[in-house]
Design a protein around this ligand. Structure first.
Ligand code: G1P
Length: 357
């Protein structure tokens, strides 16, 4: 069994964060989203992994994951070029996959229970494909499966107007190499993409059995800023925190706090977990860091109140303000302007930013 992580796509819904880097490297609880996929594959015993790259951010992803040895896996990069759909992305990996079965994992998805059950279930039967499903409130936004009373898949439809069920295909699939033959015969859908959902339907039409597995734990597609914040909350709510950094005498910390070895919480700062603080970050006197906040490496946070927020890294936040529900990109400065005249907010804001005062 091999693994395939799809990391093409433009990340348009995560702008401006994705103007400067791929969405798969946006951190959730201080770990880039794509690393969760690598770890899940490794945990399922899959160490030969292909990473399919688009045009955007391909150098950054290669630089970050390297040859995979730091994760105990072997990574091969496959260039998709233009993002023409998930089935197109899978099709570019045909030589890499060869005659093996493989798990296809969308590089911006996170789930908390791993993929071993899905892989084991696929391996115990004679299946053309295995799909992971979860009930959703907005089935029109996903690929949807219909299943019979015994749980056998009877139909798959991409983003249906009139969904037959609320069982969404989440972004993790297991395939036999038969999928490549189906992909070759597909036409683009109404949205101009060759859909993996249509390829699985073709396998079904041609008599292959499709395994389905309902995922009970949480799952998140991190396409939008609010999804990143939600995924951050979900990971932080059951993470194993450990304080390895420096907590000065008068600092007040409570709840689960992960503090990297070279990070500091200064005297007079208050940190209420769950909170994750990465390497070289400093939480200075007068700061309140509230639940569900992740502070990236080399950040300086001083005198501000922050809650339910992801600060990506190398940022300096020193304003006397309350910041909530925010996603703050790399190397951002947010300072006070109190002493300056004329009074008012002073902004240098990139394209596609979203500010609320
Ligand atoms: C894609 C798939 C869809 C699936 C979803 C899961 O949708 O086409 O079937 O339910 O991923 O995240 P997209 O993210 O391209 O809209």
């Amino acid at each position: 069994m091999k693994g395939l992580i799809l990391s093409g796509g433009t990340g348009s819904r995560l702008r401006p964060i994705t103007h400067t880097g791929p969405k798969q490297l946006v951190p959730v609880a201080n770990k880039p989203v794509i690393e969760y996929a690598v770890e899940d594959l490794k945990e399922a015993g899959i160490t030969e992994i292909g990473v399919v790259l688009g045009h955007k951010g391909r150098e950054e992803i290669q630089e970050h994951l390297g040859d995979g040895s730091k994760y105990g896996v072997d990574i091969t990069y496959i260039i998709q070029g233009n993002p023409l759909g998930l089935a197109h992305a899978a099709g570019t990996a045909r030589d890499f996959v060869g005659d093996d079965d493989f798990v296809m994992y969308l590089g911006d998805n996170i789930l908390n229970q791993g993929i071993s059950e899905l892989v084991d279930s696929f391996e115990t039967g004679d299946y053309g494909a295995g799909i992971a499903l979860q009930r959703v409130d907005d089935p029109q936004a996903f690929g949807i499966a219909d299943v019979d009373v015994d749980g056998n898949v009877t139909q798959l439809i991409e983003k249906p107007d009139d969904p037959p069920t609320d069982l969404a295909l989440i972004g993790i699939y297991v395939f036999s190499p038969a999928i490549f033959n189906a992909i070759e015969r597909l036409e683009p859908s109404w949205r101009g993409e060759v859909e993996i959902t249509d390829a699985i339907q073709l396998l079904l039409n041609e008599g292959h059995n499709i395994d389905s597995h309902t995922v009970e734990g949480w799952w998140k597609d991190t396409g939008k800023p609010e999804d990143i914040l939600h995924a951050n909350r979900l990971v932080l709510q059951d993470f194993d925190a450990s304080v390895d950094g420096t907590v000065e005498g008068g600092a007040e910390i409570s709840g689960p706090v992960e503090l990297a070895a070279s990070a500091t919480i200064e005297d007079g700062a208050v940190v209420r977990g769950p909170v994750s603080i990465d390497a070289e970050a400093t939480i200075e006197t007068g700061t309140y860091l509230g639940p569900y906040t992740s502070v990236g490496s080399s950040c300086r946070i001083a005198g501000v109140h922050i809650e339910n927020t992801v600060v990506v890294g190398e940022s300096e936040i020193t304003c006397d303000e309350k910041i909530v529900d925010s996603l703050i990109g790399r190397a951002t400065t947010i300072g006070g302007a109190d002493e300056l005249l004329p009074e008012g907010r002073r902004l240098v804001v990139g394209e596609n930013s979203d500010l609320k005062f």
